[in-house]
Ligand binder design. Structure first.
Ligand code: MSP
Length: 663
């Protein structure tokens, strides 16, 4: 019998916006699991896609004055671009308007209607468009969505509808959960599901009046199918339900369905398995609801301007460190699964990312590789030396780390898996320190030095394989630099369980530092005005790069009082504020510094809403040479404090008149 395909899914994303680091997280984690399973030799189906029939998608299109189809056709490919940049190795990307999916949704609806699980009624209650969720009258108290992650206004809906008989599945759902330990993870979220179900399930409305967007209810084109009913079914469309029976048989049930906690309880752990039960299909093997990311302690939200794009973050990390862009992507992937255990909430902070980059990647791993390869270069002409024997102590430490890493990755404990790999890295570094090949060479013990260096190269080979699900590009680079033949994808995880595989006598190709250290207080890299970095480049836009900008840190200039006196710093009032067209970082401000109004441009749009700035008194460097920024002439610079890359505007302690000098 053919082996079951390992089927892993991400939620399919609403296309009203491009992904930020929060929702890219689900996909990055799924990619890590998919790569790990492939290395283990499993055939994998890794699916992701876009959820396009939401009302909010139609509303976003309407806001732009275009029809929804044109809108989704423009946004959906952007997801593919982002996933490509983040090295997401998906096998199938489903878009809900595709005919293969429309057919599945309509057929599932028809079957459930025929069996009586879907019945006609009238819906009267609340609907939250951002969450695309129905709420009972009693669930809403203040006209706001009861989901704590949302809390946006709900709409009152009264229309003829179809209901899905969810209430009939209460006992079956509880029984499924009880008889399949581990089907809902993590455990603490399973308990939430159980109490949600025990609290009593209500039938759920599964159609809406057709306003021109969505999959029509079979035989009733005045109604469209509820977007969640439509979206959840994507998982069986991809697996081949109704289109490829053999594929479906080999693929379903899904081995792992990943999602954030917001869509875990109600939709994925209750509605979804009930729908499947109604269709006579087995529920998935494991549903995992992970925690939420905040940014610098704040909830991610578009209006706060902290919805960091992972691609921009990588670009910035690359320019700050000098690492290749794909290595910077890897570092972000590493950070996000290393920082907290998978499942709980986490906070993204720029300083924590830089810290991890410097300490784990540049110091520990980077050092191991660089010093080993440079010694191989100096002592053995860059050729992998032949060991005199097996260095048992490092071998056993590294192999036990691999075993632990495998167990951890299999049970989605990524942080523990990476810790295990770092034990191997540290073992390698310690081995070099203790055995000191440079001393051995001086003492003429060339064979011993060869054994030490070979063992460390072998450690690097094994680290490359085990690290590759999380950091595929960096692993490829390590592999290349140590001269390992072929690629880790073809040798697979099994090659990490063996010691002594790296052939002696082959040429190495390093060292070329993969993770150049980020000098924290280094000047920001020269950036195009307005293209500030999401991890902390300047937000006060200098119209010209002063010559000092390029000088190294050690030459920090000292200025005389006379020079300081040349600065015309004044209090100014903000009279108007608006976003500079075509950027999401820049605001164009009209300010009055006491001698008439003028325009300045400031890189603060990420943190300040224009309306909230009106009337604020700011501190202005008024005699800066004017400069055109994105077509707008800026005459002066707003001063702000830089707190980990975030701009905090400085304002006077008391109300002072515009034009007051700051000395
Ligand atoms: N379209 C639905 C899913 C349908 S699946 C059949 C949806 N889409 S979404 O685009 O809003 O969210 C996609 C994923 O991003 C979800 O797993 C959600 O939990 C996750 N996240 C959104 N914000 C997040 C954070 N701040 N942190 C972590 N995950 C986050 O819901």
């Amino acid at each position: 019998m053919e082996e079951k395909v390992f089927y892993i899914t991400t939620p399919i994303y609403y296309v009203n916006d491009v992904p930020h680091i929060g929702n890219a997280y689900t996909t990055m984690v799924a990619d890590i699991v998919a790569r790990f399973q492939r290395l283990l030799g499993r055939e994998v189906l890794f699916a992701t896609g876009t959820d396009e029939h939401a009302i909010k998608v139609a509303e976003a299109a309407e806001a732009e004055g275009i029809d929804p189809k044109t809108f989704v056709d423009r946004i959906a490919p952007k997801f593919k671009e982002v996933w490509k940049e983040l090295e997401i190795s998906y096998d199938d990307f489903i878009r809900t308007p595709e005919p293969r999916h429309v057919r599945v949704v309509q057929e599932a609806f028809r079957r459930l209607r025929d069996s009586g699980d879907i019945y006609r009624g009238v819906y009267e209650g609340w609907y939250c468009v951002p969450d695309e969720t129905f709420f009972r009258e009693s669930e809403v108290t203040d006209g706001l969505c009861p989901n704590p992650e949302c809390r946006r206004p709900v709409q009152w809906v009264q229309e003829e509808t179809y209901y899905f008989r969810l209430s009939a599945y209460q006992d079956r759902l509880l029984q499924w959960i009880e008889s399949n330990p581990g089907c809902l993870q993590p455990e603490f979220r399973k308990n939430e599901v159980v109490s949600f179900i025990k609290h009593g399930l209500q039938d759920i409305s599964v159609s809406r009046a057709n306003r021109g967007w969505g999959i029509p209810v079979p035989d009733e084109p005045d109604k469209v199918i509820y977007v969640w009913f439509d979206a959840l079914l994507n998982y069986i469309t991809v697996a081949g339900w109704l289109s490829d029976e053999e594929k479906f048989h080999r693929t379903w049930p899904a081995d792992l369905q990943l999602m954030g906690k917001d869509i875990f309880v109600r939709f994925h752990s209750t509605f979804w398995p009930a729908m499947l039960m109604g269709l006579g299909i087995q529920p998935p093997r494991v549903l995992f609801g992970h925690g939420f990311w905040s940014v610098e302690g704040e909830k991610i939200s578009k209006s706060r301007g902290n919805a960091i794009s992972p691609a921009k973050l990588a670009e910035d990390l690359a320019s700050r460190s000098g690492a290749k862009r794909e290595v910077a992507v890897d570092a972000i992937r590493y950070f996000m699964v290393r920082e907290v255990p998978f499942g709980v909430d986490a906070d993204f902070s720029r300083s924590a990312l830089v810290h991890r980059f410097n300490s784990d990647l540049a110091n520990d791993l980077g050092n191991l590789l660089n010093r080993t390869l440079s010694m191989v270069g100096s002592y053995f002409d860059g050729v992998v030396p032949k060991p005199a024997g097996v260095a048992e102590e490092i071998k056993s430490e590294v192999l036990s780390a691999v075993a632990e890493c495998e167990t951890a990755l299999s049970s989605l404990e990524f942080a523990r898996g990476l810790e295990a790999i770092w034990r191997a890295v540290s073992a390698g570094n310690r081995f070099v320190d203790e055995r000191a090949p440079w001393r051995l060479m001086k003492e003429g013990k060339r064979e011993e030095a060869a054994t030490v260096l070979y063992s460390v190269l072998e450690t690097a080979r094994i680290v490359a394989i085990t690290l590759s699900p999380v950091m595929p590009s960096a692993a490829r680079e390590i592999w290349r630099q140590i001269g390992s033949p072929g690629d880790f994808e073809s040798v697979g995880w099994a090659a990490a369980l063996e010691w002594g595989v790296l052939p002696s006598g082959i040429m190495t190709a390093g060292p070329q530092p993969i993770f150049p250290r980020i000098e924290e207080r280094k000047r920001e890299p020269k950036a195009e005005a307005g293209a500030e970095s999401p991890v902390g480049a300047g937000f006060a836009i200098p119209p010209q790069q002063a010559p000092e900008e390029t000088k190294p840190e050690a030459e920090e200039p000292v200025i005389s009082y006379d020079e300081f006196k040349k600065l015309d710093i004044r209090v100014a009032e903000i009279k108007s504020a608006e976003q500079v067209a075509g950027t999401d970082k820049l605001l164009q401000l009209t300010v009055d510094p006491g001698d008439g109004e003028r325009t300045i441009v400031a890189g603060i749009a990420q943190w300040y809403e224009p309306e909230k700035l009106l009337g604020k008194k700011i501190v202005l460097l008024a005699n800066l040479q004017p400069a055109k920024i994105r077509g707008v002439e800026s005459r002066g610079m707003l001063l702000a404090a830089d707190v980990d890359g975030r701009a905090i505007i400085l304002t006077p302690d008391e109300d002072v008149p515009s034009g007051a000098k700051v000395r």
